[in-house]
Design a protein around this ligand. Structure first.
Ligand SMILES: Cc1ncc(C[n+]2csc(CCOP(=O)(O)OP(=O)(O)O)c2C)c(N)n1
Ligand SMILES: [Mg+2]
Length: 386
């Protein structure tokens, strides 16, 4: 499917001629790096070869299945009132596991709020991802324990953090690399343009990994750009590549190559993982209001997990016992996550005022006192009710 045909499958939008941005790009169909077709056929690419053992292939499959199971549990927990919000990664497992498994332990990751699969690859306990979405903490893990920064909600800002961090890595003379995740919508942010400029001119060892999942809440990608996103890199003076974001092998190979380039001191690369957000933007969103069912159905046929399963089965790299054991492992993970979330203690409400300033602040002190009085007012009414 091309960018154009994806757009054609969408519900017509009521736009005037003046505001319509959905003109077809003049260029021919963008090149897409693919190593595994949607049917599970292994294909070669002249620039990106990869040779994985059956064990490694099963490992990638297991990562994707467990991540999807965890994600489904989190969505269910939100629906049951246990989480305030959840941002599902459904459909983006290959982009995240492929790129996540390309990283070395000493590399550093700057995620958005949807990188649950990358967090999994970094060894962040999945239950730690849920505290912020339950509203019981401001983050949930120590970024330096796994070189995985806290989730970032301010769209695009983490690309600047990553660039600054990568410039520091280069100054230290280290040979590790940095990866910044962001979305198609974020590509329109000034922060992202600034990080492209700085990383290019300072040759920073950073990979910009854009998951183009076709949507920024209800805005389609053609509202963000007139050219395929990976081509933006050219104007900043570094390479850009579009990879099939539903192909875990291609995502692994392309990200590995970009990271190696960064390590060699050759500067940044933009990787555009062309994928699809199969679910809602978050549990607060209803995509039936703005996109057609046929579009989702077309992408279901390119499911990242099913295509790897088809390949594993065809090549006899995995047997029935493997899939059965994985099903059981998935259910155990779901149960563990559910129990851990329900057991999370509510924080002391006054903890809200901690961590803003290292040395305190008079305005925060005032607000703390006001809030303490407000809390105390409930205690009074509870007494009266007795
Ligand atoms: C600076 C900023 N502006 C707006 C928002 C509101 N917002 C949250 S998610 C989102 C869309 C992001 O889309 P994209 O970058 O494509 O990432 P995706 O959610 O599709 O993974 C917006 C506009 C925000 N969080 N931060
Ligand atoms: Mg998006």
């Amino acid at each position: 499917m091309t960018v154009e045909s994806t757009a054609a499958a969408r519900k017509p939008r009521r736009t005037s001629k003046r505001t319509s941005a959905a003109k077809k790009p003049q260029s021919s169909e963008p090149q897409l790096v693919q190593l595994l077709t949607p049917e599970g056929e292994r294909v070669e690419h002249p620039d990106y070869s990869i040779d994985l053992s059956a064990d490694e292939l099963r490992g990638l499959y297991r990562d994707m299945v467990l991540t999807r199971r965890f994600d489904a549990e989190a969505t269910a927990l939100q629906r049951q009132g246990e989480l305030g919000l959840w941002a599902s990664l459904l459909g983006q497992e290959a982009a995240q596991i492929g790129s996540g498994r390309a990283l070395r332990d000493d590399d550093y990751v700057f995620p958005t709020y949807r990188e649950h699969g990358v967090a999994w690859c970094r060894g962040v306990d999945p239950t730690n991802l849920l505290g912020m979405f339950r509203g019981v903490n401001h983050g949930g893990w120590d970024p330096n324990s796994n070189n995985f920064h806290l989730y970032t909600i301010v769209i695009g800002s983490q690309t600047l953090h990553a660039t600054g961090y990568a410039m520091g890595v280069a100054k230290d003379g280290a040979d590790s690399a940095v990866i910044a995740y962001f979305g198609d919508g974020a590509s329109s942010q000034g922060d992202v343009a600034e990080s492209f400029t700085f990383s290019a001119v300072y040759n920073a060892p950073v990979v910009f990994f854009c998951q183009n999942n076709q949507w920024a809440i209800s805005e389609p990608t053609e509202r963000q750009t007139r050219v395929p996103l990976y081509q933006r890199a050219q104007g900043f003076g570094f390479p850009g590549v579009r990879v099939d974001g539903n192909d875990v092998l291609a995502c692994l190979a392309v990200t590995r190559s970009a990271l190696e380039r960064a390590r060699r001191g050759e500067g940044p690369t933009l990787v555009e993982a062309f994928t699809y957000r199969m679910g809602a933007h978050t549990t607060s969103d209803d995509p039936t209001k703005y996109r057609a069912d046929e579009e989702r159905a077309a992408w279901e046929a390119k499911d990242p997990i099913l295509r790897l399963r088809a390949y594993l089965e065809k090549e006899k790299f995995a047997d029935e016992a493997f899939f059965t054991a994985l099903d059981e492992e998935s259910e155990t993970l779901g149960k563990r996550v559910r129990e851990a979330v329900r057991a999370m203690p509510d924080p002391d409400p006054m903890a809200l005022f901690e961590h803003g300033y290292a040395d305190g602040n008079s305005l925060v002190d005032e607000e703390r006192a006001q809030f303490a009085a407000y809390q105390a007012s409930f205690a009074d009414s509870a007494e009266e009710g007795k």
